[in-house]
Structures are given as structure tokens and as C-alpha cells.
Design a protein around this ligand. Structure first.
Ligand code: ATP
Ligand code: MG
Length: 402
């Protein structure tokens, strides 16, 4: 039996919660008692208003509703139920013997079905079961639709990021050469402006300020191309056994000054086992560097960063947690986008996480983030031991990166 079948069977075992709405107390009590004997949970209500109040609190599956009631009648109550609970609750109407038109009006307003009084109990039980089955079917259908929609959204996002990645690395390549020429020319201009012959030039200072602005912008543009091209220097990259723990430790020591400046403590909670994968250490170091520097930027003075690592089967699971400022909910969907940053022009390019995402996708890994404003952020990464070649076969190749 599959999980789904098992789940369905369990669901069938669950008691159906029925809300019985009728102003005739004697009739209501008798029906409630008899439904109870047939494995149904029953709540009673004497009128439409009380019915609506109960529905706010109880997870009712089926409402059995008398049409002729003083005050809010059955049809009115049915309309109110359908307005609020649409597909979450099914309604069966109980009409008077000669009032078929009420039943038809009820069906038009969304009732599952109607029965005429006096009610035959087994007939009512069958109708309630059918209504509950329909409800389960609708819920499953809705869940499946939501799941498919989420999956599609996720796929579109990954594809979008992948194509943006390809495009932006291409652009970064093209920009690198003119950038080098601009840099060289700016250096030359600075030299000329600072030479003794230019000492009396009236706009010397304005020229120097202009050149410095050019240099500052070159620095930023370089930071961008460096991030984007950092992980495509394939020719020289060495694929081999990477010790993730050692690489993380190495990156951490490169950031020691920044940690000391803010007096940030680092908790090290690592699996004593060796944590190795087949990959490019340069890329793994870049992932660690980008995530750790983000954590440091987000953490206040005397804050803390916790680094945890485990082996799950043969994959490596890494957690980088900080108790910093956190990420607002509305930004969580954007942080992996290129150029999304909340930092100032000279502090952030918004490419760090974009590059991290790209590297991890290429390794067939996964990255997840959890964050709460004011409490902190936790990035979880799963590195597979080997990179799968996605040609439809399950073949593994050591050290091969797509
Ligand atoms: N650990 C974190 N805590 C809080 N916010 C974070 C954290 N990591 C990332 N962010 C948010 O995500 C944004 C994007 O991060 P990303 O690393 O891509 O770019 P950046 O850090 O702004 O710039 P760059 O890394 O290029 O210097 C950041 O500006 C910040 O708002
Ligand atoms: Mg960053």
C-alpha cells in the first residue's frame, strides 16, 4: 500500500464532524443521537446564527441544515456558509415534504444535496459520507494544484537565475578589458596632473577629484566582475577531494580582522568525521567567503556566528547561522537575485548570494534560508558528495562540474 493510499485509509477512519442545524429540539436530538451511533461526531445548533458562530470555532465537515427555521432560514444560512467557506464545508438541506422548490434553490446556491423530511436515517448517513468524500477529493485536488504551482514557480525562478547567470558572466567578460584600459588611462592622467609642469594649472584639484571618482567607480565595477568571473575561471580550476571543514576554517581566518573589529564570537559545531566532497575548492571557498562576510556584516558588536557541519549519508550539510539583524520577509524572495542589496554603494554589489546560488546549483546542491528580523539568519547548504551528470542516467563522475 502506498503512503497516499495509507493516508486516504486513515482519513476514512477519521470521524466526520457534522453540524446539525434545526429549530425542532426533539427531532434534532434524535437525529444527533442516531448519527453518533454511526461513528459520526455531531454538534447541534438551534438556528442559523448559532450555526455561523460554531463554524468559526469548529472544523466542521458537513452541515445538515433545516430549511424552515425562524429568523435566518436554511437558504440564507447556506448562502452565508458558501460565502465564507466555499469548498471547505459541504451542506445538506432538509426540506419539508412538499417543498421541492426549496431543495432546488439550495442546490443552485451550492448545497451538496437535499433530503425531504421525515428523514430516513441510513439515507442521511449515506449522503453525509458522500459529501465528506467530495470534500476530501476537493481538498486533495487543491493541495495538488498548490504543490504544482509552487514547483512551477521554483523552476521558473531557478531557470531565470541560471540564464541571468550565463548572461551576466558574458557581460562581465566583455567589460573586463575596457575596464583595464580605463584604469590604466586614469592612472596615467593622475600621473600627468601631479607632475611639476602641472603645478600651476588652475583646475588641478578639480581634475584630481574627477580622477579619484573614476578610480572609485572602477573599484566597484571590478568587484562586480570579480564576483561574476570568480567561478568561471575553469581552465585553471582543480577538481579534487575538498575538505569542506578545512576550507571553511581557512576562509574564516581570512576574515579574522573583521571578526575582531566587531568582537564577534564564532561557535564551531562540526562533525568529528572528515567532511569531503569532490569539487573545486576555489568555488567552495567562494561560497564560504560570501556567506561568512554577509553574516559578519549583519552581526552587531559582540554578536555571534555558529558554524555547524554534518555528514548526511555521504553529503555534506553546512549551516551558517548569525544572530544579526535578520532579513525582512519581503526581501527573502529577492536575496538571490543579482544586484539585490540593502547595503550602500561602496559596501555591497548584491552579487554575493547570486554567485553562491549559481555555484551550488552547478554542484547539484541545495541552499535554504531561514531568517527573523532582529533575531538572525541561518543559511543551510547541502553539498552532494559527487556531481551528477544530468544526461538522464544515474552515472556519477568524480569531480565533474557541469
Ligand atoms: N546573514 C545575513 N543577514 C542579514 N541580511 C543578509 C544576510 N545575508 C544576506 N543578506 C541580505 O541579502 C542582501 C544580498 O546579499 P548579497 O551577498 O547578495 O549582496 P551584498 O552582501 O549586499 O553585496 P556583496 O556581497 O556583493 O558585497 C544583502 O544586501 C542583505 O540585505
Ligand atoms: Mg554579500
Amino acid at each position: 500500500m502506498t503512503d497516499k493510499e495509507h493516508e486516504m485509509e486513515n482519513k476514512t477512519d477519521e470521524k466526520i464532524l457534522v453540524l446539525l442545524v434545526d429549530d425542532e429540539t426533539g427531532f434534532r436530538r434524535t437525529i444527533a443521537k442516531r448519527l453518533g451511533k454511526r461513528q459520526m461526531a455531531v454538534i447541534e445548533s438551534p438556528n442559523g446564527k448559532a450555526c455561523m458562530e460554531i463554524l468559526e470555532k469548529e472544523p466542521v465537515d458537513v452541515v445538515v441544515l433545516d430549511v424552515k427555521m425562524p429568523g435566518m432560514d436554511g437558504i440564507e444560512t447556506l448562502k452565508a456558509i458558501k460565502k465564507v467557506y466555499v469548498k471547505k464545508i459541504q451542506v445538506i438541506l432538509l426540506t419539508g415534504n412538499a417543498a421541492v422548490s426549496d431543495g432546488i434553490e439550495g442546490i443552485k446556491a451550492g448545497a451538496f444535496d437535499y433530503l425531504t423530511k421525515p428523514v430516513e436515517i441510513d439515507h442521511l448517513v449515506n449522503k453525509i459520507r458522500q459529501a465528506a468524500d467530495m470534500l476530501r477529493f476537493e481538498t486533495e485536488k487543491q493541495k495538488e494544484q498548490e504543490y504544482r504551482l509552487n514547483l512551477e514557480k521554483k523552476m521558473i525562478n531557478t531557470e531565470r537565475l541560471a540564464s541571468l547567470g550565463t548572461m551576466s558572466t558574458g557581460i562581465a567578460h566583455e567589460i573586463n578589458n575596457p575596464l583595464a584600459i580605463i584604469n590604466e588611462s586614469a592612472g596615467f592622467m593622475k600621473q600627468v596632473v601631479q607632475s611639476p609642469e602641472m603645478a600651476a594649472f588652475p583646475q588641478k584639484q578639480a581634475l584630481l577629484t574627477g580622477i579619484e571618482k573614476i578610480e572609485k567607480s572602477i573599484k566597484r565595477a571590478r568587484k562586480i566582475t570579480l564576483q561574476l568571473l570568480g567561478h568561471v575561471k575553469q581552465q585553471s580550476s582543480q577538481i579534487g577531494e575538498c575538505n569542506v571543514k578545512a576550507l571553511l576554517f581557512e576562509t574564516l581566518s581570512l576574515l579574522q580582522n573583521e571578526l575582531d573589529d566587531k568582537n564577534i564570537s564564532v561557535q564551531w559545531e562540526m562533525d568529528p568525521e572528515k567532511m569531503t566532497i569532490w569539487s573545486d575548492p576555489y568555488k567552495i571557498r567562494q561560497v564560504c567567503m560570501n556567506l561568512l562576510s554577509n553574516a559578519i556584516h549583519a552581526t552587531q558588536e559582540n554578536g555571534s556566528i555558529t558554524l555547524s557541519g554534518y555528514m548526511i549519508d555521504s553529503d555534506v550539510l553546512l549551516e551558517i547561522r548569525d544572530n544579526g539583524i535578520g532579513i525582512p520577509k519581503e526581501n527573502l524572495g529577492k536575496i538571490f537575485d543579482p544586484f539585490f542589496t540593502t547595503k550602500s554603494f561602496d559596501k555591497g554589489t548584491g552579487l554575493g548570494l547570486f554567485v553562491v546560488h549559481k555555484i551550488i546549483s552547478a554542484l547539484n546542491g541545495e541552499i535554504h534560508v531561514k531568517s527573523e528580523v532582529g533575531k538572525g539568519t541561518c543559511f543551510t547548504i547541502r553539498f552532494p558528495k559527487y556531481t551528477k551528470i544530468s544526461d538522464g542516467t544515474d552515472k556519477m563522475e568524480r569531480g565533474q562540474i557541469k
